[in-house]
Design a protein. Sequence first.
Lengths: 497, 497
Amino acid sequence: MPTPMQQLREIEKQLFAYHYALTAISYDDATVAPPESSEGRGEAMAVLSAAQHRLMTESGLPELLAAARAGALTEQEAAEVRELQRSYDELSKLPAEEYAAFSKLTSTAQNVWVKARANNDYASFAPYLKQIVDTRRRWAGYLSPEKAPYDHWLNEYERGASTEMLDEFFDALQAKIVPLLARIQKEGKAIRTDFLHQDWPLAQQAELARRVMRRMQVDPAHCAMGESAHPFTTEFYKGDVRITTHYDPQDMTSSLYSVVHESGHALYELHTADRLKYTVLASGASMGVHESQSRFYENYLGRSLPFLRSLWPDLVELFPTQLAGVRCEELYAAVNRAEPSLIRTEADELTYSLHILLRYRLEKQLMAGELTVEELPGAWNALMKDLLGVTVPSDAEGCLQDIHWSMGDIGYFPSYALGSAYGAQMLRRMKRELDLDGLLEAGDFGPINAWLEERIWQYGTEKEPGWLVENACGEPFDPACFAEYLEEKYTALYGLG
Amino acid sequence: MPTPMQQLREIEKQLFAYHYALTAISYDDATVAPPESSEGRGEAMAVLSAAQHRLMTESGLPELLAAARAGALTEQEAAEVRELQRSYDELSKLPAEEYAAFSKLTSTAQNVWVKARANNDYASFAPYLKQIVDTRRRWAGYLSPEKAPYDHWLNEYERGASTEMLDEFFDALQAKIVPLLARIQKEGKAIRTDFLHQDWPLAQQAELARRVMRRMQVDPAHCAMGESAHPFTTEFYKGDVRITTHYDPQDMTSSLYSVVHESGHALYELHTADRLKYTVLASGASMGVHESQSRFYENYLGRSLPFLRSLWPDLVELFPTQLAGVRCEELYAAVNRAEPSLIRTEADELTYSLHILLRYRLEKQLMAGELTVEELPGAWNALMKDLLGVTVPSDAEGCLQDIHWSMGDIGYFPSYALGSAYGAQMLRRMKRELDLDGLLEAGDFGPINAWLEERIWQYGTEKEPGWLVENACGEPFDPACFAEYLEEKYTALYGLG
């Protein structure tokens, strides 16, 4: 007779298989599936998702978890039990018919959102958003009756996050960044960007992507690159991770930095410990911790001068005419320039966090019932003016720009900023322990990867985000660190006194 | 309460979903998965296959099928019941432990075969082949005790096929082809092939592939092309079919004819009737009928002079230097030339069927116990000499060349030849009803596709191969037709009196 833990492992292996199938199908969909093939894919995914759901709800999970907890558990086993229990509780506390209805609602809402954005028609999307907000508020009551609804969802997307923590974090950010941005616009030295927009041949861009992945030591035996409309990373399992890129023929930095970003995600998944394979702990700890890694590589390493210096011979070899008369320092300044803009996904490193701050404030008010869905566009536009100094010309470029809310994801945005913040704090620590600039200039990612593997990657979901940050940084999360990092970097870049 | 037929449909939908998942995973594996990612894929596929198996054996299928049969069934429903019953019977008549053991045996045998072929070491493979032959003989006893073992397996791979039918077919073929080949070698006029082997740029080969698919009216909204080591077609469902090709930089006809061949398979799957979607009848009727379509497009249409004439302007546009000084008639002759060779997959249209004839005779003797596994290489080499006049220099180029036997597929080869034969008979009928040469010369595949859709494609697995052949040809299978077709074509091509 297998032990309860052995039976749980068997269920985890089966969950892995359904996850694998759904991942393979989604990856195929995003990369190579023919355009009008969604119907059968939807039918197949519905059956597989239902089977996965039954596996969670009809395998006697609560009894097995209780029996496992009654015995002696290793640290890893206890973490498996913890994660399975969380997933089970969530499924069992939500009425099945509400779950199905919400699935249908968000599926419709996404279609409505696509059209609303295209037609700049917020009014058509508002009723759906209202239903989504109402459902999320109600579900928070089912799942965490002791918490404010927004606190429940923050913690759902990033274990340990709360409005208390994020208020402090975003307030510190606002206090530093808003005046810094004003100074840059008033006193900052000019940055040359003319050379960015020209013809960058796709074959050379693809070769650059391959060389960057090799330099970052992303193992090609276990990680392949595809193309999709929006770049992403997906893990089949630790032995098979995929990243995608999207080539902009007029701007090679677009694909370059998406490859560095996605490779950061990929390195994390490729280096979770073997012992976690096929368990519910097998992949990265959270959205925030994952973004801390991707942004670490993209912004803290990839946009640094030493990294660009080491890449410069490749860049000049691949793009000799495009980079004729350009200095490496000019490229460095160009890929780091800061300017207020309307669209989050196109924002630079400095202003990006203000876009997130805005969404955090609005989500918090929406979930507290202090802001109605009708009032949202006005509040959005006013806050854009306050924080970034820009006038929003249309809702399409304002509160309709992101897909997240239409998918039901409220409380997800802050983890992007938390990722940058975790990363900045890891950078501070790493610089004390490694000659980071020297390694980057030599193109040697070995010690950098090993540092992150030892402190973060190996643990998968076994440890919680707060533990991982403290383990990597030698101190608890410091909400001020990221703002300090930005201030130091941008003061130097723009030659502010 | 759902009716038995409704419950069966629900099971069929679930079987579809597992088929879809396994197809997506296999397609990914063959096209874009990173090289060392097979471990997790194997784990996931084992879980999904087991779930699919349980669905067949633990869903009360025999009771549902009996209940469905007790009511009034439409023709389609009766066919669904027939196919489900066949699959169930097969699974239930085979002891589960023998099934698992055979799965393990063939998995090992494939690995052993790869090494045996590489090292020209038949002795290392022979014990595995012996076990495979023994198992297949024993299983034939479980499944069709009333039949000779080889007759069981022929009928398994191609419903309706038997040694009686195939003896007549292959005897007719041998009587015509062996002397014809001798006359070609002795008296046939020379065919120019010098221009085939040069540099054919891959980008232009890919563009040619796209144009050929468009001309054949393969709908790009529902059919995408990928690259793999060996070309194949796979259907996710009728709304999503994939073909692959493999580019030979030194021979553009390799990819050209694989694209035409696989597009023939794809057209069949893309045009099964909507009413069959998500049922067990949704895809092509059999291996033989499928090959009849792919070979129809590849050999009867694609290698015809009118088709090449209509493609000629594209060929000259894409390959101006490569085809300078070449006439279309010379390309036609070159892609149809016949010469005895050692390897089946590289054989021309005329000699290909002799390679199959050889395998048929040897399999028949093996399964009847008239030939031992030890005697196989000698028998192979002697028959190659008799039929093709070639001396086999090594088992690697002889009886070790094909993967099929190592996978347990004995009785599968004849369906390749049956496909050509069905197709030749369809061609004879189509030529009476359509101005085929005129349509090909005009590049108009519309009426050709419509003819095959009406008579073959729409029926999926609802009808059996024999019915489909008779429906398309207006007469039962004619074992002499293919040999007559070859004789006529090659007599003209080689200017034989």
